[in-house]
Write a protein that binds this ligand. Sequence first.
Ligand code: ZN
Length: 111
Amino acid sequence: MQEGEELKQLRNDIATTEKNLKTMKKMLEEGEKKCPHIWGQVRFTPTTIPGYFSPARGCGSDFQPSMNVPAETIKKWTRVCTICGKEETTTKTKFEGKEMPVFESDKQWGY
Ligand SMILES: [Zn+2]
């Protein structure tokens, strides 16, 4: 059963790869923690959810008329570490004279 052997081998390879992947992700995470992170320029990278037509549905008190759901833009900001290449994205902002993005790793330091 040549095919059966191949599948067994494939299964083994997948298990090994999954283990390696776990190890590599951990190494990356630990490396990122050690990196002092010098962030490059913050880029405004909004996501647009396209609008769509929602047909009428339900009946009686559950009736919902058809409607055009407008497109929605989600404000988003991205920055990349110039040392390790870690990318951070945020949708959170604070207001200091103008709207400023707040990134996850900034919050640790109480900014
Ligand atoms: Zn970094």
